[in-house]
Write a protein of this length. Structure first.
Length: 342
């Protein structure tokens, strides 16, 4: 089987060496070369035609985001960003990066190597399956919603996503008005980045978006994002829906897990919920979405054509969890339509 050819771009030669060792330990991957800056990387892309590139955000002469913006129109290539704790990573994802890993801190060399073998290798292999030429789609963010005002406190909206989900969730949430019922979200993302992502959405959207904390009460116009290292569960306290955020073992390969969130929604909200499963690799969320549908809730899956990775929604569709399969641009409107019928 042909190996996935990877170009590593990082100005820290010590860290680049660890990335090469980590990637080379996977028999499915082959590192073709290492570039210390975007100018070297440009020449190496033309020379090697790699399948995937890892790219540092902070580099001299030209940062990774500017390089992405210049590169993607001319040579679309799947990119996995390597980022310190900075919201610049979301600019990189908007520019076309498939995914990112956080640069490890306070780890020994052996711990860093293990982390890279676990996280970077997986994300590079996922990125190699993505057709990035399809990622620059014309979307209809904030499209008008004609349903009657909802504003029902006993309804819940739940959204789950993984690879490609930061931009997909942004598109859906940009279509929400302040009358959207309390909404909970699980996006596979490292701790620290989830708060920055929530803050970023809060500044872009008409609804209020924040990183969830145990005890937060759901209310119309409020969107709660699961913390990067804790499972988010829906609970009922008297007449109110609240959230509980607790660390725990990975479920369906992740913490936070979409399945954990959806399972709690099925148990606590049942037929008072609308849930959507968006782009992502693997199967997290599929079983939980099926439980919501069995409980009488309405379920939506993103369609293949609009997904960055048609993994999680495909599994959900195949097992009968998806009531409505739709392009990303239609999902916010469909959520309102389903809420209006409840």
């Amino acid at each position: 089987m042909r190996k996935i050819r990877v170009l590593v771009v990082d100005d820290s030669m010590m860290f680049a060496d660890l990335m090469v060792k980590g990637l080379s330990s996977d028999p499915a991957l082959e590192v073709v070369d290492v570039a210390a800056n975007p100018f070297e990387a440009r020449d190496m892309i033309l020379k090697y035609r790699p399948d995937v590139m890892t790219l540092d955000i902070e580099m001299p002469r030209m940062d990774g985001i500017e390089f992405m913006q210049r590169l993607m129109p001319q040579y679309p290539i799947p990119v996995v960003m390597v980022s310190s704790l900075s919201d610049k990573v979301f600019d990189a994802l908007k520019a076309g990066a498939v995914d990112f890993i956080s640069k490890p801190v306070n780890m020994t060399k052996d711990e860093i190597l293990s982390y890279l073998q676990r996280e970077l290798c997986t994300k590079v292999k996922i990125a190699s399956t993505v057709d990035v030429s399809r990622m620059k789609r014309v979307t209809s963010r904030g499209s008008s919603v004609t349903a009657d005002n909802i504003n029902k406190k006993d309804l819940v909206v739940a959204l789950g996503a993984s690879t490609g989900g930061t931009e997909a969730l942004c598109e859906v949430i940009m279509g929400f008005r302040n009358d959207i019922p309390g909404t909970i979200v699980t996006q596979h993302m490292p701790p620290g980045f989830t708060k920055m992502y929530a803050d970023r959405l809060n500044n872009q959207c008409s609804v209020t978006v924040k990183e969830a904390q145990t005890g937060d009460v759901l209310s119309p116009g409020l969107v709660l994002i699961a913390p990067g290292d804790k499972h988010l569960r829906l609970v009922k306290n008297g007449e109110h829906f609240q959230v509980e955020c607790k660390a725990g073992p990975k479920v369906s390969g992740h913490c936070p897990s979409v399945d954990v969130m959806f399972d709690s929604v099925a148990r606590v909200a049942g037929n008072r919920a609308v849930a959507a499963l968006l782009t992502g690799m693997g199967k997290d969320g599929a079983d939980g979405l099926l439980e919501i549908r069995k409980a009488g809730g309405h379920t939506i899956g993103q369609d293949e054509a609009s997904c960055v990775v048609y993994g999680m929604p495909k599994v959900a569709y195949d097992i009968g969890a998806v009531e409505h399969q739709l392009p990303l641009s239609a999902i916010a409107h469909k959520i309102y339509t389903e809420l209006g019928s409840m």
